[in-house]
Design a protein around this ligand. Structure first.
Ligand code: PLP
Length: 415
C-alpha cells in the first residue's frame, strides 16, 4: 500500500468557518424567518465588482487569444515581463524602492505562495508565527512536517507563537530566542493592526543579527493610510538581505476570484546549505516555479497589469476608500456602544474586545441571535484571539449601515 503524508493527520479538522456555518444553520432552523435578515461580516472576501479598466484589459486579451496572429500559449514561468515591469515600477520604483523585475515572481495568489515557499526552505528551521494569525502560515508548516503534534490548546509543538495583544498594540515583540523564519503580516489580518517603522526596523535588525528570514505579507498594503507607516519591508535598510515580500491583488483590485499575486525575492537573500554554506534563494525560487508551475493565464496577467494604469490606480483607490469607509463606520458603531475597538484605520478589519467579559464564541452567538450579524470569533485565529471578534469591512455600504444600526439596538437589549 502506498503511504501518505502523515503530517496532514496532525491538522485539526477545518474548524472556524465550518463551526460558524453550523451555528448559523442551527440558528436558522430555530428562526427560519431570520434568514433574509442575516448580515455576514465574517469572511475576508471582497464584495465590489472588478475595476472597469481590468475588465477592458481582460476582454482585449481574450480577443487576442482568439486570433492566430496574437494567440499565446505557455507564458514565461515567472510571469510576463510586461507585468513584472509594471509591478517593479508601480509598487517599488515609484516609491523610491530598489526592486528589479527579475526579483518579482508572479503567481496565482498569496495563499499559494505561502505554501510554495516551504519547498525551498530546509528541515530544522525554527519558525515564528504571530498569534492570532492567518491560519495558512501555520497549516502549511504542519503539512510540510515543520511541526510536532497538535497540543490540546490547539497549538503545534515546535512552532514559536508570537503573542499579539492589546498590550503590544498587536505587533509581536522581537523574541529573546533565535528563530530562523518569521511570518509577519501588516496591515494585519485578523487584527487590522499596523506596525510602525521603528518596530519593523527592530524585526529587520533581529533577522540580520540571527541570519533569519522574514516572510512579510502585505496583502493589505493598499490600505495603509498613516504617512509614517511602512508600506513595504524594503523601506527598511538591510531588508533586501533578510526578507521576502508577499503581495496579492485580491484585496486591492478585487482579484479574489481572478487569482493573481506575486512574491519579491531579492538577489541578496541567502539561506544556508546543510553544510552551513550561505547560498542565494533567488535561483531556487525561480527553479521551483519553472519546475512546478506554468504561471498564471495571459488574460489574468493583462488584467493585473491594468491595475497599474492611471485608470486602474484611481479605481483601486476608490475600492479601498469604500472598504475603509465601511471600517470607519464599524469602528465608530462599536465604540459608540462602549466596546474597545482596534484596527480598521489601515486595514479592512476591525478587531473588537468582546463586551462584558464574554468569550469569542459567546459573543458570536449573541451577535447572531440578537442582531442577526455574523462576525468571526477571534479565538478561531489563535489562542491570543480569545475574548475578541473580527468584523470585516468587506461589505456593501448598505449592509454596514444596517450593522451599525443593529449594534445601536443591541445596547438597549443588554441594559
Ligand atoms: C487575503 C489574504 C491573502 C491573499 O490571498 P490570495 O491567495 O492572494 O487571494 C494573503 N494573506 C492574508 C493575510 C490574507 O488575508
Amino acid at each position: 500500500m502506498a503511504s501518505l503524508n502523515d503530517h496532514y493527520l496532525k491538522l485539526a479538522g477545518a474548524y472556524l468557518f465550518p463551526e460558524i456555518d453550523r451555528r448559523v444553520g442551527a440558528f436558522l432552523e430555530r428562526h427560519p424567518e431570520a434568514a433574509t435578515r442575516l448580515i455576514r461580516c465574517g469572511i475576508g472576501d471582497v464584495t465590489e465588482p472588478l475595476p472597469r479598466s481590468v475588465i477592458a484589459a481582460m476582454h482585449a486579451a481574450l480577443d487576442e487569444m482568439g486570433e492566430r496572429s496574437t494567440f499565446r500559449g505557455y507564458g514565461p514561468p515567472l510571469g510576463y515581463s510586461f507585468l513584472r515591469e509594471a509591478i517593479a515600477a508601480g509598487d517599488f520604483a515609484d516609491h523610491g524602492l530598489d526592486i528589479s523585475p527579475e526579483e518579482i515572481f508572479v503567481s496565482d495568489g498569496s495563499k499559494s505562495d505561502c505554501g510554495a515557499i516551504l519547498d525551498i526552505l530546509g528541515d530544522g528551521n525554527r519558525f515564528g508565527v504571530p498569534d492570532p494569525v492567518y491560519p495558512v502560515y501555520v497549516d502549511t508548516n504542519v503539512m510540510a512536517g515543520n511541526t510536532g503534534p497538535r497540543r490540546d490548546d490547539g497549538r503545534y509543538e515546535g512552532l514559536a507563537y508570537l503573542p499579539c495583544t492589546a498590550d503590544n498594540g498587536f505587533v509581536p515583540e522581537v523574541p529573546d530566542t533565535p528563530l530562523d523564519v518569521i511570518y509577519l503580516c501588516f496591515p494585519n489580518n485578523p487584527t487590522g493592526g499596523m506596525i510602525t517603522r521603528p518596530q519593523l526596523r527592530a524585526w529587520v535588525d533581529y533577522a540580520l543579527r540571527h541570519d533569519a528570514i522574514i516572510l512579510y505579507d502585505v496583502a493589505y498594503q493598499a490600505y495603509v493610510r498613516d504617512a509614517d507607516a511602512p508600506r513595504s519591508i524594503y523601506e527598511i535598510d538591510g531588508a533586501r538581505r533578510c526578507a521576502m515580500e508577499f503581495h496579492s491583488f485580491s484585496k486591492s483590485g478585487g482579484f479574489t476570484g481572478v487569482r493573481c499575486g506575486y512574491t519579491v525575492c531579492p538577489r541578496e537573500l541567502q539561506a544556508r546549505t546543510r553544510d552551513g554554506e550561505p547560498r542565494p534563494l533567488h535561483g531556487l525560487w525561480a527553479r521551483r516555479w519553472s519546475t512546478k508551475s506554468n504561471s498564471v493565464g495571459y488574460v489574468v496577467q493583462r488584467g493585473a497589469e491594468a491595475l497599474f494604469g492611471a485608470d486602474g490606480r484611481r479605481e483601486v483607490a476608490t475600492l479601498v476608500e469604500h472598504y475603509l469607509g465601511n471600517a470607519t463606520l464599524l469602528r465608530e458603531g462599536c465604540a459608540k456602544r462602549g466596546m474597545d475597538v482596534f484596527g480598521g484605520t489601515n486595514a479592512p478589519y476591525v478587531w473588537v474586545r468582546c463586551p462584558d467579559g464574554r468569550s469569542s464564541w459567546e459573543t458570536f452567538d449573541w451577535m447572531l441571535e440578537e442582531a442577526g450579524v455574523i462576525i468571526t470569533p477571534g479565538v478561531g485565529f489563535g489562542q491570543c484571539g480569545e475574548g475578541y471578534f473580527r468584523i470585516s469591512a468587506f461589505n456593501t455600504r448598505d449592509n454596514v449601515e444596517q450593522v451599525v444600526d443593529r449594534l445601536g439596538a443591541l445596547e438597549q437589549l443588554t441594559r
